[in-house]
Design a protein around this ligand. Structure first.
Ligand SMILES: Cc1cc2nc3c(=O)[nH]c(=O)nc-3n(C[C@H](O)[C@H](O)[C@H](O)COP(=O)(O)OP(=O)(O)OC[C@H]3O[C@@H](n4cnc5c(N)ncnc54)[C@H](O)[C@@H]3O)c2cc1C
Ligand code: FES
Length: 363
């Protein structure tokens, strides 16, 4: 029997025609919408992930094991992903550092979340999300990473959930030949995220671990590093934790002329100057609210029920940018004033801008 070989391109064009036919039959819902329901992680779909497991780490932190979709491109240790999840019917996006070591593109990844008081997404992820849930993901990004050639001497200065990007670096094995010191603060020994694993690394001599239990010993004063880690200024240092710790570390390293050796990762922006406050009108939503000069426009909109686009919520991803139709807003990070008149085409990052008088946002 002779097999008939279709001419080149015939199969593809047949597939295209069948797809168009399927689109006609399934309109107004597209075939890709049905595919999203049955194969949400397939190649070519928007990047999503399936929660495989939720593993408690401490009383208020948990690790989410996620199977990313086929279009996941992998990550470099220390990078973060944006994760979108529906909470009470509203899609919320937040950033989380990848805590798993890099592996093959098809492998599962993990993020570790610490629930913060009144935190919408962190409490949902730590306490309510169930295995099987599909979440939205973005490709990994961020420059809080190790250089290609690992430094011979490294200091990690972390507190609370700030251990997460560092856990990814330690697990990657990239620092196997380096002299690594980790100074980590948490309220108690039981609150240290990955406590058992870090203590195990210290026992095996892979790192020197200095734990600071702040409920008993008080907050770490960065100046104490002079005695805790006398050579800290000679080390390449990665610091991640509360704003107070990072601000103090930056001042300490800068005052001693070694700012270039300190790399920091902030989970929220430092507010330098508040705006003056004012009424914010979300023009397409026909909503007007009074907002204080310390309230990001993003929060003002969300609190008023406006469906605001967002991402990292700290001025790095530009996922929250909206046209400022008119009015004045102030950048909370540097106090810079931005004004606009209709037609100016000015766009602002709503997560780090507050009203500085009456203003109108197009949404
Ligand atoms: C690059 C990057 C990486 C991150 N990696 C991690 C991670 O690995 N693990 C992790 O748990 N979190 C991480 N975060 C923080 C995370 O994105 C969320 O900000 C955090 O989970 C709080 O979100 P929420 O919805 O629960 O709080 P929201 O409902 O947004 O805020 C509730 C209240 O808490 C305050 N708040 C917001 N964020 C913080 C914060 N980080 N610390 C203290 N108070 C806050 C708000 O001002 C508000 O008053 C990261 C953030 C960034 C930018
Ligand atoms: S949400 Fe990322 S820049 Fe505003």
């Amino acid at each position: 029997m002779t097999a008939t070989v279709p001419p080149p391109g015939t199969t593809r064009s047949l597939r295209r025609r069948l797809w168009r036919l399927a689109e006609t039959v399934t309109t107004p819902v597209l075939p890709s919408d049905y595919l999203d329901l049955i194969a949400p992680l397939r190649a070519g779909a928007d990047l999503r992930g399936r929660i495989l497991a939720v593993q408690p780490e401490t009383p208020d932190a948990a690790t989410l094991l996620i199977q990313p979709g086929r279009s996941w491109r992998g990550h470099v240790p220390g990078q973060y992903i944006r994760l979108g999840v529906d909470v009470d019917g509203v899609r919320q996006w937040r950033a989380y550092s990848v805590t798993s070591a890099p592996s093959r593109r098809a492998d599962r990844i993990s993020v570790t979340v610490k629930a913060i008081p009144d935190g919408v997404v962190s409490n949902h992820l730590v306490r309510r999300i169930r295995p099987g849930t599909i979440v939205q993901l973005d490709q990994a990004c961020g420059d809080f990473v190790l250089p290609e050639r690992a430094p011979s001497r490294v200091l990690f200065l972390t507190a609370g959930s700030g251990i997460t990007p560092v856990a990814g670096m330690l697990r990657s094995g990239a620092l196997a030949g380096s002299d690594v010191v980790l100074v980590h603060s948490a309220p108690t020994a039981a609150d240290v995220v990955f406590g058992a694993e870090l203590r195990g690394l210290a026992e095996r001599g892979a790192i020197r671990l200095i734990e600071r239990h702040t409920e008993v010993e008080g907050l770490l004063d960065v100046a104490e590093l002079d005695t805790l880690v006398p050579d800290h200024l000679d080390r390449q240092t990665w610091a991640c934790g509360p704003l107070g710790l990072l601000d103090a570390a930056e001042a300490h390293w800068a005052a001693r002329g070694h700012a270039a050796r300190l790399h920091t990762e902030r989970f929220r922006p430092t507010v330098i100057t508040a705006g003056d406050g004012g009424t914010v009108t979300f023009t397409r939503s026909s909503v007007t609210v009074a907002a204080t000069g310390a309230t990001p426009l993003l929060d003002a909109g969300e609190n008023a029920g406006v469906l605001m686009p967002s991402g990292c919520r700290m001025g790095i991803c530009f996922g929250c940018v909206l046209p400022l139709r008119q009015g004045a807003v102030r950048d909370l990070r540097n106090g810079q004033l931005t004004t606009a008149l209709p037609g100016d085409g000015v766009r602002v990052q709503t997560c780090v801008s507050a009203a500085a008088g009456p203003c109108e946002l197009e949404i």
